[in-house]
Design a binder for this molecule. Sequence first.
Ligand SMILES: [Zn+2]
Length: 115
Amino acid sequence: MHIKTDDTVQVIAGNDRGKQGRVLSIDRPSGKLVVEGCNRVYKHVRRSQKNPQGGRLSKEMPLQISNVLLFCTQCAQGVRTGARIAEDGSKERFCRKCSTALGQIAPAKDKQAST
Ligand SMILES: [Zn+2]
C-alpha cells in the first residue's frame, strides 16, 4: 500500500465507511493508520492533574490500512492505485481509474552505472 502521512484517504469499511480524511499517522508493522475524524471513540478519563475535569475524550483509533483507499481528486472517490515510473525516472503512484498521477513515491534514481 502506498499511503503516506498527510494523504487523503477514503474509508471503505466499518462505521466510517465513505468518509474521507487526512492520514495523521501510520504504523507500518501492524498495518494500521489513523485517519483524521474517522473511527472516533470516546475515551473516558479519570480526573487527573493533566485533566482536572476528567470526562470523555474523543480520540481517533487506528484503522486497518486495507480498509482505506487513496482518494483521487479527479474521480472524487477512493481508488485503487498503482505504481509506475514517471518520465523523469522517479516512481509515482497513479489512479487505476483515470491514470492521474497521485504523487511521487521515490525520487529519480541516478542513472545506474552501466558497465
Ligand atoms: Zn482517478
